[in-house]
Design a protein around this ligand. Structure first.
Ligand SMILES: NC(=O)c1ccc[n+]([C@@H]2O[C@H](COP(=O)([O-])OP(=O)(O)OC[C@H]3O[C@@H](n4cnc5c(N)ncnc54)[C@H](OP(=O)(O)O)[C@@H]3O)[C@@H](O)[C@H]2O)c1
Length: 270
């Protein structure tokens, strides 16, 4: 049986084993997928050992996405530009390929699941961390009208423009305008907080997306609903979408994420 795993620290609450088991059932692929917590300081040696032990590939999550980027022999263009890797694959010649599928997962969720148009739309992104770096390339590929990126620390937003000169960086204090799509990529929701957002960003046509997900409504989505947003969604669909792209990279078979997303959403609610 081919073996895969998600590597992180901590990792025990990861939904990835459940998602990949569902994809394997759906596609008839024979594989094992587990969650493995690595000590924060020994990524490279542990991953080499696991590849030697026969693992075929890995998903990589916090705090190892940069380590995975540096570990890979070959990088896809989107992984190079993001400076982060969430998918590792041992190729036939033994070299390790690094890719990032988070952004493809987000675009899948926005366009295919939620039916939100990206092309020609005004997009506001909140946050300038690793997750935001990973979504920029696939979003920009869809040719939005503009992408404004607001962050608590302005210097971190400005640094992103070194790699993505197309975006307009600003602080929360400077933020103005009205947007078609607002994506929260800060980690504020993890602690139930909301970035300090000014009034007037949301119109009755604005769709709001929190990359975080959980049992209940996130702080950002509660704010968006109260501001009168047209629609709100959390990041569960992005999680399933990125997993589907990783699965296809490893197995050459494309799973259908919709059914797995419904199953997961029902489980989370119960
Ligand atoms: N759905 C998915 O599949 C998926 C995948 C990846 C990540 N995510 C989610 O994406 C979010 C960000 O993850 P990450 O890996 O990018 O984290 P990260 O690299 O640690 O970046 C955190 C970002 O949030 C900002 N921030 C933190 N606390 C804040 C607060 N109280 N108010 C305003 N801004 C705050 C930081 O601003 P400074 O620059 O000022 O520090 C930074 O821009 C998390 O909620 C994570 O769960 C979801």
């Amino acid at each position: 049986m081919d073996r895969y795993a998600v590597l992180g620290h901590p990792i025990k609450h990861s939904l990835s084993p459940q998602i990949h088991a569902a994809f394997a059932r759906q596609t008839g692929e024979q594989l094992e997928y587990e969650a493995i917590e690595l000590p924060v300081t020994s990524f490279e040696t542990r991953v080499w050992q696991m590849f030697r032990d026969g693992f075929k590939g890995f998903n990589v999550t916090v705090p190892f996405k940069k380590d995975a980027h540096d570990f890979a022999d070959d990088l896809t263009e989107r992984a190079k530009r993001a400076g982060a890797v969430n998918t590792l694959l041992q190729q036939e010649d033994g070299r390790i390929l690094g890719d990032t599928t988070d952004g493809a997962g987000l675009v899948y969720d926005l366009e295919d699941q939620l039916n939100w148009q990206i092309t020609d739309r005004n997009i506001l992104i909140l946050g300038a961390g690793g997750a935001v770096r990973g979504i920029l390339e696939p979003l920009l590929e869809r040719k939005p009208a503009q992408v404004v990126l607001a962050n608590r620390t302005l210097a971190n937003a400005e640094k992103i423009t070194d790699d993505f000169p197309e975006i307009a960086p600003c602080s929360f204090e400077e933020l103005t305008g009205r947007f078609d799509i607002i994506i929260n990529g800060t980690s504020a929701s993890l602690s139930g907080h909301l970035p300090p957002l000014p009034e007037g960003l949301v119109t009755p046509e604005t769709c709001c997306y929190d990359m975080m997900y959980g049992k209940g409504e996130t702080a950002f989505n509660k704010w968006a609903r109260e501001q009168g947003a047209k629609a709100c969604a959390d990041g569960l669909g992005m999680l399933v979408g990125q997993a589907a792209v990783s699965f296809e990279i490893w197995r050459g078979v494309k799973p259908e994420p919709g059914a797995v997303l419904d199953e997961l959403r029902a489980n989370l609610k119960s």
